[in-house]
Design a binder for this molecule. Structure first.
Ligand code: GTP
Ligand code: MG
Length: 201
């Protein structure tokens, strides 16, 4: 499936967010976990800036997603700033909750939160906190284990087992922006969250 996409705007406070017109899918996780890469992989285009320097994204970037032949956008993707990377100054890391938590709590059109965790590193306290927050606020979320191309089959199995133990009932998708693994599965989750009654292909 090929989608059309366009960068809409970048904003760090609610008064500048796009109107909550379309179901929105938020991508969140630690700095450098691969948020922008997952978005680009899903969209089949390099719309979200990726960087080997962690912490590049400092505001929420919104992208509209449209299916060919449809006149209006049907989804919005939001690329959130990363949290909890040691190399970012404490001050910036602590900035994170100021506009992200209200966004996660109050955004009325938020259909799905894609919570990214790096399959190559053990569970981080910041990941735990983020996922606990999604649970507390009753958000619909899916855990995506990123960069799985760096792991052998056995290592990946172990990583998934750890995530199951950690996050219990959560849906877990294993993903690689490099190989495309998990792309279709994540799209299914996204489509299901945005329009449960419509089995679009
Ligand atoms: P910030 O916006 O800085 O928080 O980072 P981000 O979470 O958006 O991560 P980004 O997509 O920019 O990727 C960070 C780095 O990880 C880049 O060097 C990517 O090339 C690399 N990367 C992302 N996804 C994958 C993947 O699936 N496999 C591998 N091997 N590397 C990846
Ligand atoms: Mg990014």
């Amino acid at each position: 499936m090929r989608v059309l996409t366009r960068f809409m705007l970048s904003a760090s406070d609610a008064s500048h967010f796009p109107p909550p017109q379309f179901p929105e899918v938020a991508f969140l996780g630690r700095s450098n976990v691969g948020k922008s890469s997952v978005i680009n992989s899903l969209l089949g285009q390099k719309v979200a800036k990726t960087s080997s320097t962690p912490g590049r994204t400092r505001s929420i970037n919104f992208f509209e997603v449209r299916w060919p032949g449809k006149p209006a956008p049907e989804l919005v993707f939001s690329d959130l700033p990363g949290y909890g990377y040691a190399k970012i100054s404490k001050e910036i890391s602590q900035e994170w909750p100021k506009f992200i938590e209200p966004y996660l709590r109050e955004r009325p059109n938020l259909a799905l939160c894609v919570a990214l965790v790096d399959a190559n590193v053990p569970t981080q306290e910041s990941d735990r906190q983020m996922i606990a927050y999604l649970r507390e606020t009753d958000r619909n979320y899916v855990v995506v284990a990123t960069k799985t191309d760096k792991l052998s089959g056995n290592q990946l199995q172990r990583a998934v087992q750890n995530l199951r133990e950690e996050y219990g009932e959560a849906k877990i998708v294993t993903f690689s922006a490099k190989s495309g693994k998990g792309r279709e599965e994540l799209w299914r989750e996204i489509r299901a969250s945005a329009e449960p009654a419509d089995a679009r292909e």
